[in-house]
Ligand binder design. Structure first.
Ligand code: AMP
Ligand code: MG
Length: 343
């Protein structure tokens, strides 16, 4: 398939909108990660997203809107708490799970009776939606690999697979949106992201965090969010997460130095490590670490690393989003330091 490379100028967005209206698929920048978009109300177009990504058919997509008036097409029930969250965090990196209206083809939600809705803040994404329609869009990576946060990475994965790719430069947030379901009481966080659990609670009161955010699913357990069950974000290299303070992390990594060993670390640790390393950002700056994470996971493979030791972030604030992606990249292999080793 020929893939048009477009910019965010008005003329190119109009071309992309035309492709969407004809049932095509377009990779677009958003503030979280690049998304692979199709007309959310066109089941045949949405089918192409699953094929291009190699995405399992039971993993639902998020529908992106650019005007609150579009909500009515997607769900018949927008409760008070959803209204409060929309007022506080939209446009922005928050996805809400609500009952799916019969106008949304079942394939969008992988057959679930619910639909995921988000209003992105990226101006190019908004313009594309305004000139076409609500867009179903998962992350624009090949299924299983880290989500693309740069134009180079989305091109690597989607060249020849999408009708067009819009170059929006680097994504600001760098991890996918926070996903919350409003179908449970209290509402439940299914995936941590740029909007933290603490921020959500400030607006709507109690919010629980689904247990599967931080641990693997048990044998036969049905996930609240189907995306939870897939091995995500993983580079080819084996990622091992080390949980402990800076001194313990540096000592452990240096003791395991060798061919093909690298580290994902805090900026403060780079000078002390005796293996090649990539700093995600200062230990205290979890926003920066979230921004760098996916490019660093791809960078590990580009550097030919076979084993990657990563320093476990705190599981609070945006740190929970970084931890959630890292622990999946590591296939839940976490070694606590300063104690007896348990894998
Ligand atoms: P992606 O955009 O690639 O990050 O994928 C969308 C994520 O949202 C996946 O983890 C899905 O499992 C989740 N998601 C989308 N729709 C629903 C839904 N109706 N119910 C629960 N989770 C959903
Ligand atoms: Mg994804």
């Amino acid at each position: 398939m020929e893939t048009k490379l477009l910019t965010t100028c008005a003329k190119d967005i109009a071309i992309a909108a035309g492709l969407i209206r004809q049932g095509g698929i377009v990779a677009m920048p958003t503030e979280t990660v690049y998304g692979l978009a199709a007309d959310a109300l066109n089941g045949e177009a949405v089918k192409k997203i699953f094929a291009a990504k190699g995405r399992p058919a039971d993993n639902p997509l998020i529908v992106h809107i650019a005007n609150l008036s579009q909500i009515g097409e997607l769900t018949d029930d927008f409760p008070e708490k959803a209204r409060l969250l929309a007022e506080a965090f939209w446009p922005g990196p928050l996805t809400m799970i609500l009952p799916r209206s019969s106008r949304v083809p079942p394939i969008v939600s992988a057959g679930l009776p619910t639909v995921a809705i988000r209003f992105p803040s990226h101006p190019a994404a908004q313009r594309l939606i305004r000139e076409s329609c609500p867009l179903a869009a998962p992350s624009a990576n090949l299924s299983g690999s880290p989500s693309p946060t740069t134009f180079r990475h989305v091109r690597e994965d989607m060249m020849g697979r999408a009708d067009a790719i819009i170059d929006g430069g680097d994504c600001a947030v760098g991890v996918e949106s926070t996903v919350i379901t409003l179908l449970s009481d209290p509402p439940r966080l299914l995936r941590p992201g740029g909007i933290t659990a603490e921020q959500l609670r400030d607006v709507i009161g109690p919010v629980t965090v689904d247990e599967a955010v931080c641990r693997p699913l048990r044998e036969g357990e049905a996930p609240a969010s189907p995306g939870m069950k897939y091995k995500h974000y993983a580079p080819c290299a084996q990622v091992i997460l080390l949980q402990g303070g800076e001194d313990d992390f540096v000592a452990y990594v240096n003791a395991h130095a060798g061919d093909g060993v690298g580290a994902l670390c805090d900026s403060e640790e780079t000078a002390r490590l005796q293996v090649p390393c990539m700093a995600l950002g200062p230990a205290e700056d979890l926003e920066k670490q979230a921004h760098e994470l996916f490019a660093a996971l791809r960078g590990a493979d580009e550097r030919g690393w076979k084993t990657v030791y990563a320093h476990c972030p705190p599981q609070t604030g945006v740190g929970l989003a970084v931890y959630n992606r890292m622990v999946r990249a590591a296939g839940f292999c976490v070694i606590p330091l300063g104690k007896e080793e348990v894998v």
